[in-house]
Write a protein that binds this ligand. Structure first.
Ligand SMILES: NC(=O)c1ccc[n+]([C@@H]2O[C@H](COP(=O)([O-])OP(=O)(O)OC[C@H]3O[C@@H](n4cnc5c(N)ncnc54)[C@H](OP(=O)(O)O)[C@@H]3O)[C@@H](O)[C@H]2O)c1
Length: 256
């Protein structure tokens, strides 16, 4: 098993990509800690994992709130006594519209959910990882290609990629690897909401391409890239931003 007995916190683990990562990790022997605001959803994923006889807890958490994240870390340590892996997956696309119509409050909020949250969660787990001289942090970013009318989200995710590189350098001597991925376009609730906004709002090229292709990928596919980065075969890979849309990356992940 690729993650036997590793303790992994997955933020946004209640649905979409977070759920797929949690299931992929559980199947590989990890002890999974699910964190999101909707208790019903994380409880449901926990039940799915328990049905597979996997070890899991669900902790209701808002990743933008430091006290919530401190509680998440405390509950994880109480139950498992370690934190080996952190997946900063929770995110919200937020406001769809032009910058000139965006309030400072919305801007701040979207940056907090998609970028500051990764700082809050990383800061909270780092003392444990540094003490153990072992850790893997994987940040879920997005494409760096500009997408009109999603500016604060795209800016936050670009910041997340640079945060990844900064933290990787800082943590190099502690055997803590920090990487970011672009999962590609996945058929999740977030994507449905973006499509609902229509071609004009999100950019005709992307909308048309998605319509033509007729399919969006299942989050189970990029979850395999996250599993790869979390496992020992990826030891030594740090400070990287990998896109699941790259053929080489898909090839790497498909290797047994
Ligand atoms: N879908 C795509 O095509 C796509 C493309 C590129 C990147 N991504 C990124 O992939 C990640 C997963 O997206 P998804 O498509 O799976 O979206 P999703 O289905 O909307 O799931 C988002 C998850 O994040 C959680 N979340 C949001 N705000 C939170 C908060 N403040 N505190 C704790 N949890 C929070 C949600 O739970 P609660 O609402 O219950 O808290 C939910 O579990 C996101 O970071 C997204 O930006 C997605």
């Amino acid at each position: 098993m690729k993650l036997q007995d590793k303790v992994a916190i997955v933020t946004g683990g209640g649905r979409g990509l977070g759920r797929s990562i949690a299931l992929a990790f559980g199947k590989e022997g990890a002890r999974v800690v699910l964190a999101a605001r909707t208790k019903k959803e994380i409880k449901h994923v926990a039940e799915e994992l328990r049905a597979l006889k996997r070890d899991v807890i669900a902790v209701k958490t808002d990743v933008t709130v430091e006290e919530d994240v401190a509680n998440l870390v405390e509950k994880t340590l109480q139950k498992y006594g370690a934190i080996d892996i952190l997946i900063n997956n929770a995110g919200e696309r937020g406001h769809i519209g032009p910058v000139c119509e965006l309030s400072v409050e919305r801007w701040d909020y979207i940056l907090r959910v998609n970028l500051t949250s990764a700082f809050i969660c990383s800061k909270a787990v780092l003392p444990v990882m540094m003490e153990n001289r072992y850790g893997k942090i994987i940040n879920i970013a997005t494409t760096t290609t500009p997408r009109p009318n999603l500016t604060p989200y795209m800016v936050a995710k670009a910041g997340l990629v640079h945060f990844t590189k900064q933290l990787a350098r800082e943590m190099k001597d502690f055997n803590i690897q920090v990487n970011a991925i672009h999962p590609g376009v996945m058929d999740t609730r977030m994507q449905k909401e973006i499509r609902k906004a229509g071609a004009d709002a999100i950019g005709t090229d992307m909308f048309e391409r998605m319509k033509e292709e007729g399919i969006l990928k299942s989050p189970d596919e990029p979850a395999q890239l996250v599993l790869f980065l979390a496992s020992r075969v990826a030891d030594g890979i740090t400070g990287r931003f990998l896109s699941f849309d790259d053929t080489e990356v898909k090839f790497l992940v498909s290797q047994p």
